[in-house]
Design a protein around this ligand. Structure first.
Ligand code: AMP
Length: 217
């Protein structure tokens, strides 16, 4: 399956993507994770991306689209993938369509995670992620690690993302409404959008998502 996951920051895209990708045996491709890996490795691409990310802005398309296409061209993504955080504007969605068409393949679904704005802010403020693997996500209230500051899965150090500060979150939400939400309409015209509520326990949301993807809404 080829799936795009959309939703505001704090909707739980990263958490759900990790579970869904595992259930569906497809790679989880997160452009945010790819940028963070480049930043921690000190690459040129990471240096270009960092200032935009810290300000809560989108990294320019010239950088992002090439990086996403390179990742999608890897052998593990040949038969499907779950895109998390890409596309994030209509021009990226158009570039993705062109790339898929060139390979003679299509998206199967665009899963839209819905969550009220006040919930988003609460979720992000308490979010802590693992330095070793950013798909290991915890929350100081909703999903506490057994030992404070330590990842339950791999023992890595838990930290708060720099762009999870309150001001940056507001900016990221504004960017989501103005630039990313229009892709939902773009994909609606292609009949691909399935919307689910992202409220509730992590495993309940995963189950809802799996049902929606099976067309069993
Ligand atoms: P995420 O981990 O998906 O929340 O992404 C973190 C940050 O990385 C975003 O706020 C953007 O600055 C940048 N980013 C991730 N994906 C994209 C994308 N598709 N286009 C532009 N910027 C992106």
């Amino acid at each position: 399956m080829r799936i795009v996951l959309v939703g505001p920051p704090g909707a739980g895209k990263g958490t759900q993507a990790a579970f869904l990708a595992k259930n569906l045996s497809i790679p989880h491709i997160s452009t945010g994770d790819l940028f963070r890996a480049n930043i921690s490795q000190g690459t040129e691409l990471g240096k270009q991306a960092k200032a935009y990310m810290d300000a809560g802005n989108l990294v320019p398309d010239e950088v992002t689209i090439g990086m996403a296409k390179d990742r999608m061209a890897k052998p593990d993504a040949e038969n499907g993938f779950l895109l998390d955080g890409f596309p994030r504007n209509v021009s990226q969605a158009e570039a993705l369509d062109v790339a898929l068409k060139a390979d003679d393949v299509k998206l199967d679904a665009v899963l839209d995670l819905e969550v009220p704005e006040d919930e988003v802010v609460k979720r992000i403020a308490g979010r802590r992620i693992c330095r070793k693997d950013s798909s290991h996500v915890f929350h100081v209230t909703y999903s506490q690690p057994k030992q404070e500051g330590v990842c339950d899965v791999c023992g890595g150090e838990l930290y708060q993302r720099e762009d999870d500060s309150e001001d940056t979150v507001r900016k990221r939400l504004e960017v989501y409404h103005t630039q990313t939400e229009p892709i939902i309409d773009y994909y609606r015209t292609q009949g691909l959008v399935v919307t689910i509520s992202a409220l509730g326990k992590v495993d309940e949301v995963t189950e809802r998502a799996m049902d929606a993807l099976k067309g069993d809404k």
